[in-house]
Design a protein around this ligand. Structure first.
Ligand code: SF4
Ligand code: SF4
Length: 332
């Protein structure tokens, strides 16, 4: 029988041992329905999720809800929106009770005296031109000033097809302000002209992402296997999509047979009662989905399938480590 220890030498086995203890149970929370931007291609607004529920305004209800989530076994709260920093009292209610990750566009600085070690992920869509076109302004110009040198922050760099051949300049800009970066791909939910991936481009961007990881290993938090899986949509000869997706809200999951999935995962709307279908757009066609978190979770929940060859298992370990670093379960 093939076992983990039969496939790994001591060094890799130690790496495996460290992550296998973590038992991460995440859920996602819409902190608010409002945002200080309206990006073209935002999954939240384009799918009407901002209208799915009326925002709960009573902070005591948020606190009680979070306590219940903790009792449900959640040990990682991922805060999205809208823009969570518009409601710092709600963010604080999470932060005081659970390991918390806050996704933000970075225009408002999370005050570090109030949230000293909260993980912050800043969205960055392509370069200055892409951001102006898709988001209405060069957000990096502001967010980089707010978060320069912040050791609990990374950029979530959403690569657009127009970034082909241009990612190095962005990675260097991020390196120069002393922040880490993780990469994912644009899904173009609002079909903006020129921003959908064409044949061949995904192969090219995979090679470019590999190159960035090789050249900037102290800045880029990633793994070659993750690049391969997200760009090809394929893992161990299986195709990503609705039938495989791990990030489907538990109560929406009527799939039969059930795929491997995130245990007890729920994406909650801001009324604290309504649930959304999955970690991203309610209306997105799963065949076009390039959500980075869904892809890395897909690898992570399929550990058994990777206990096949040493290479497969090491790939799995690297993706798990990447996730654990991004949410600060292990150091960078
Ligand atoms: S900043 Fe985020 S939530 Fe706000 S519109 Fe842009 S993508 Fe949507
Ligand atoms: S849109 Fe993406 S994250 Fe949502 S169910 Fe489909 S594949 Fe999963």
């Amino acid at each position: 029988m093939i076992t983990v220890s039969s496939l790994l030498d001591n060094e890799w086995y130690e790496r495996y041992r460290k992550i296998s203890k973590l038992n991460i149970r995440s859920s996602i929370y819409d902190v608010t329905n409002r945002c200080n931007l309206r990006c073209r291609g935002c999954f939240f607004f384009s799918s009407g999720e901002h209208k799915a529920a009326k925002e709960e305004m009573d902070i005591l209800k948020w606190e009680r809800f979070i306590e219940k989530e903790k009792d449900r076994g959640v040990n990682l709260a991922i805060l999205i929106g809208g823009e969570p920093t518009l409601c710092l009292d709600r963010v604080e209610a999470f932060y005081k009770r659970l390991p918390t990750f806050c996704a933000t566009n970075g225009l408002i600085k999370v005050p570090r005296d109030r949230f000293p070690d909260m993980m912050v992920g800043i969205s960055l869509w392509g370069d200055e031109q892409d951001e102006k076109l898709l988001r209405g302004q060069d957000c990096f110009a502001i967010s980089s000033k707010n978060y320069e040198g912040d050791e609990y922050t990374y950029y979530l760099y959403t690569i657009t097809p127009r970034q082909l051949g241009k990612t190095e300049r962005i990675i260097k800009k991020i390196r120069d302000i002393g922040v880490k970066v993780h990469m994912q791909l644009l899904s173009n939910d609002e079909s903006v002209d020129g921003f959908s991936w064409r044949d061949g481009e995904l192969v090219d961007i995979c090679a470019e992402m590999d190159e960035m990881l090789d050249h900037y290993p102290d800045t880029v938090i990633s793994s070659r296997y993750y690049h391969k899986v997200i760009t090809s949509g394929n893992m161990l000869d299986r195709d990503f999509g609705w039938l495989e997706c791990p990030s489907v809200t538990e109560t929406f999951d009527n799939r039969n047979p059930k795929p491997k999935r995130l245990i007890h995962f729920i994406r909650w709307a801001s009324d604290l009662k309504t649930m959304h279908r999955c970690c991203t757009s309610e209306t997105r066609d799963c065949t076009t989905c390039k959500d980075g978190a869904a892809y890395m979770s897909w690898v992570m929940v399929n550990k058994k399938a990777h206990i096949r060859t040493a290479e497969d298992l090491k790939n799995w370990i690297e993706v798990y480590e990447m996730f654990a670093k991004l949410y600060r379960f292990i150091p960078w």
